[in-house]
Design a protein around this ligand. Structure first.
Ligand code: NAD
Length: 301
């Protein structure tokens, strides 16, 4: 343990502040691209149906895109839109030179095949990084688009830990959008990576060995504070809405925060940790995509 390390109070990794800085950097990059190349990155967001949570996400994405000086194109489709109509819209966006990034808000209504829609997006415009080409590039060390949430987590880990070579990283959850890309990114950082999931035997024992814990499960406080190794870094991706006795809701993560903070050296809170980073990274990915499509160097700020 470091000298002076206080086991009662982990440092809070402030995702909100981190995201605000990243958004500022993106806005500065956009200003340079406009000035130097007359290039304005454009993000198209497609929303199908009436899901209230999706509406809030999409509104926030559009606001943040415009605030960074980029073009925001919003497409709202009726819940009964056919898969063919949605695929035609994606095809048109693929061909539109003003659109550098395309995001189709998930989940889609049941009658639409999500995988078919994701695979219809041009890999170079797939700013969510969900296309099979982009997952393949991430897995083989190529240059693709990286999913926003895991990329945000790795940015915060790099800022906190610097060199992660040889550290034991445990990821709880093996989804295609968080767990699996997170594992690839931590492997790229030379961590020794373990993926835990719903069939893992003795999760407590696996988590106890971790220098880095990433929880992406969707089960409130599944990861107990007493499992956290002294001095570990904890990234809580989970967003769980809990109803309070007064009928209002509050958000909690997948990690038992107060208890974990007694053991960890650093931990992300929920809310205010990973959540705010996702949109900021989406903007960053849109700038990256625009620069690659225009064949220009991404401005360093
Ligand atoms: P998912 O449902 O696709 O995957 C959950 C994973 O957890 C599965 O791989 C499953 O094997 C594992 N799991 C389930 N029960 C388990 C158990 N008892 N023990 C160990 N593993 C178990 O979820 P997801 O899309 O990866 O999202 C996970 C959480 O992260 C959710 O709370 C989601 O809301 C949140 N999330 C947040 C952001 C963000 O902050 N921007 C983005 C994406 C997801």
């Amino acid at each position: 343990m470091d000298e002076g390390f206080n086991p009662m109070s982990a440092d809070i990794i402030d995702g909100k502040a981190f995201a605000a800085n990243l958004k500022q950097d993106v806005a500065a990059q956009v200003a340079i691209l406009k000035e130097k190349y007359d290039l304005v990155p454009g993000l198209a967001v497609v929303l199908v149906g009436e899901d209230p949570a999706s509406h809030i996400y999409v509104r926030n994405k559009n606001k943040s895109t415009a605030a960074a000086g980029m073009n925001s194109f919003e497409h709202r489709l009726e819940p009964d839109v056919s898969e063919a109509e949605l695929l035609t819209l994606v095809k048109n966006l693929n061909e539109d030179p003003a659109v550098h990034g395309i995001l189709v808000q998930l989940p889609l209504p049941k009658h639409i095949n999500e995988a078919a829609v994701i695979d219809a997006i041009s890999p170079e415009k797939d700013v969510d990084g969900f296309h099979v080409i982009n997952s393949g590039l991430l897995a083989t060390g190529g240059r693709g688009m990286v999913p926003c949430t895991p990329l945000g987590c790795i940015m915060m880990l790099r800022a906190r830990l610097g060199d992660m070579s040889g550290l034991n990283a445990v990821i709880v959850g093996r989804s295609n959008i968080v767990g699996k890309p997170m594992a690839q990114l931590l492997l790229n950082e030379n961590c020794t990576v373990t993926m835990a999931h719903s069939r893992t035997r003795d999760l407590a024992d696996v988590v106890r060995r971790a220098d880095i814990v990433v929880a992406a499960v969707g089960v409130p406080e599944l990861v107990k504070g007493s499992w956290i190794k002294q001095g570990a870094t904890v990234i809580d991706v989970g967003i769980n809405r809990i109803e309070k006795p007064d009928g209002k809701t509050r958000l909690i993560g997948d990690v038992e925060y107060a208890e974990a903070a007694k053991h960890a050296a650093a931990i992300t809170p929920v809310p205010g940790g990973v959540g705010p980073m996702t949109i900021a990274v989406l903007l960053k990915n849109t700038v990256t995509a625009a620069c690659r499509q225009a064949g220009v160097e991404e401005p360093q700020v």
